[in-house]
Write a protein that binds this ligand. Structure first.
Ligand code: APR
Length: 230
């Protein structure tokens, strides 16, 4: 089976009603990153940060996977496919994808604010992290999210995975944020690369096949194109 590695970003979940970051009306037009998505923000005003992620978690609990998520899950029967996502939602998993690596953390998980390995699943019935909620080590619980300025622990595993790809697919990311955006350069030279996005995306690599569509239609077109080359 051909090894396909898929790198997804916020646009993958846009059709599920989840806000992107840099589209018009995106999250970074409504909030300042330095107020809600850095360790300094959390120590300065933990309530504001907890409220931001509690709002995003409530939005996620109302969302369902779209046809793009479903198409990638169905491809597991045809290809050796793995997903590396910048998204913190669980819509790939909800659609049935079994191999999903989250580079920037997971919204439905919380963790100790002193031990990053002390991670706890969040109960969808009780989805808020409140000031005063303690981890087993007695520290304030925080979202299990990689904030700006923090290390991206899964990066090495992601680089190795992309380095083994026979086909690379990039869906719904502006490729603005490193180190995630740099993954494109770990793909072996000469392999087919497909990029699905309704907008133009600057990608500094030769031979990229642009599918200028949304995730749902784009994944359907990708599957047709792959049948022609594999
Ligand atoms: N289908 C596919 N792509 C779409 C759709 C759609 N329906 N709608 C929008 N897009 C595209 C946009 O054109 C854009 O290129 O999705 C991309 C979203 O880009 P960003 O909002 O920058 O999101 P992303 O690239 O995932 O951001 C990376 O930045 O803020 C951090 O940690 C955060 O993981 C995030 C990272």
């Amino acid at each position: 089976m051909k090894k396909i590695v898929v790198l997804t970003g916020a646009g993958m979940s846009a059709e599920s009603g989840i806000s992107t970051f840099r589209d018009s009306g995106g999250l970074w037009e409504q909030y300042r990153i330095e107020d809600v998505a850095t360790p300094e923000a959390f120590s300065r005003n933990p309530q504001l940060v907890l409220d931001f992620y509690n709002m995003r978690r409530r939005e996620l609990l109302k969302a369902s996977p779209n046809k793009g998520h479903a198409g990638l899950a169905e491809m597991q029967d045809e290809y050796d496919i793995s997903i590396i996502t910048q998204n913190v939602d669980n819509l790939h998993e909800k659609a049935g994808s079994r191999r999903v690596l989250h580079l920037h953390g997971e919204l439905m998980k919380a963790r100790s604010s002193v031990n990053p390995d002390l991670i706890i699943d969040i109960d969808p019935e009780n989805p808020e992290i409140k000031l005063g909620d303690k981890a087993p080590d007695g520290s304030q619980m925080r979202p299990h999210i990689v904030w700006f300025g923090e290390a991206v622990p899964m990066m090495y595993e992601a680089e190795r995975e992309v380095g083994k790809a026979e086909v690379l697919v990039v869906i719904g990311t502006s490729l603005n944020v490193y180190p995630a955006a740099g993954l494109v350069h770990y793909a072996p030279a000469g392999i087919p690369v497909y990029l699905i996005d309704p907008q133009e995306v600057a990608v500094h690599r030769q031979g990229v096949h642009f599918i200028k569509k949304g995730a749902s239609e784009g994944v359907a077109e990708l599957r047709k194109l792959l049948k022609e080359i594999i």
